[in-house]
Design a protein around this ligand. Structure first.
Ligand SMILES: [Ca+2]
Ligand SMILES: [Ca+2]
Length: 280
């Protein structure tokens, strides 16, 4: 049986989405640039996965404009965050955790219910809290299958707006989390020395391929990886303007750029080559 991996990388600052997958030694790449409906992203992802399975060679560029836009954004991409989906099975009953070896993982399991772990603080309105299980209308365990403690923002029984700030010490270029029932109104912000590095909303993640707000669908309860390349952050802020932003197995690390970024570079090099040939 052929092994197929599909990855969606989104460079948020320029709305560039790269859908890629590889089967055996063949790499498939599809680039979507600019505004796209959730349906467009998911249908592109599905088409690519099916192409991988059938062994068809794929290099799709959505529009002519996309080629120019991709070339123009090549320089700024190094500064953007790239988002990939996928984690590794956690052995503790939580579900998914990071695949990055050597990462510092905060699993909330030794934190008392209603409290926050070391390095995490309530910084706005209803704050947040470590919980276990589910409470209708307030919080739902990621995938409804995470049996361990996890973080929810806002804290139950409080103002339905909350914020938690995490500073676990050190600077990192990778963050991962098992994000449960991803909602459009959840926001992750990354800071370095008090300056905003990047902000990613639930809408961004949904646009990059996740499903919306479902408490059990795999597509809506995913391990999500944020890669910042040469940029680092020292603070992560979790905001939610309603119930709730649930997450577990926060992972912090310094890692090399993921393979998908190298793949993106290859695609860009290919486009540049095509362009030069046409011009000559
Ligand atoms: Ca946990
Ligand atoms: Ca949620």
């Amino acid at each position: 049986m052929r092994e197929v991996h599909a990855t969606v990388t989104r460079v948020t600052s320029e709305s560039l989405t790269v859908v890629s997958c590889h089967a055996s030694r063949t790499v498939y790449l599809s680039i979507i640039y600019g505004a796209g409906t959730d349906h467009a992203y998911s249908s592109e992802r599905a088409k690519l996965a099916s192409s991988c399975e059938s062994g068809e060679q794929v290099m799709r560029i959505r529009t002519k404009l996309a080629v120019t836009a991709v070339l123009l954004t090549a320089a700024s991409m190094a500064q953007g965050v790239s988002i990939t989906f996928g984690g590794c099975a956690a052995g503790d009953g939580s579900g998914l955790t990071t695949c990055q070896s050597g990462a510092t993982v905060v699993n909330f399991d030794s934190t008392s219910i209603g409290s926050l772990p070391t390095g995490y603080a309530n910084t706005g309105a209803g704050g947040g809290a470590v919980v276990n299980g589910s409470m209708p209308g307030l919080y739902a365990a990621p995938g409804l299958t995470d049996t361990t403690n996890y973080l929810t923002v806002p804290a139950p029984g409080s103002n339905p707006v909350g914020e938690v700030t995490a500073q676990i010490g050190g600077s990192y270029n990778y963050f991962g989390l098992y994000w449960g029932s991803i909602d459009t109104y959840n926001t992750l912000s990354f800071y370095s020395d008090g300056n905003l590095v990047d902000e990613v909303t639930g809408s961004d993640v949904i646009a990059a391929g996740a499903a919306f707000g479902d408490q059990t669908a795999a597509g809506s309860n995913e391990y999500i990886n944020f890669f910042f390349g040469n940029q680092t952050f020292d603070t992560v802020v979790f905001d939610s303007s309603n119930f709730a932003f649930e997450s577990d197995n926060h992972a912090y690390a310094n890692v090399p750029e993921p393979a998908t970024l190298g793949l993106l570079g290859l695609g860009l090099a290919g486009l540049g080559l095509m362009r030069r040939r046409k011009a000559s």
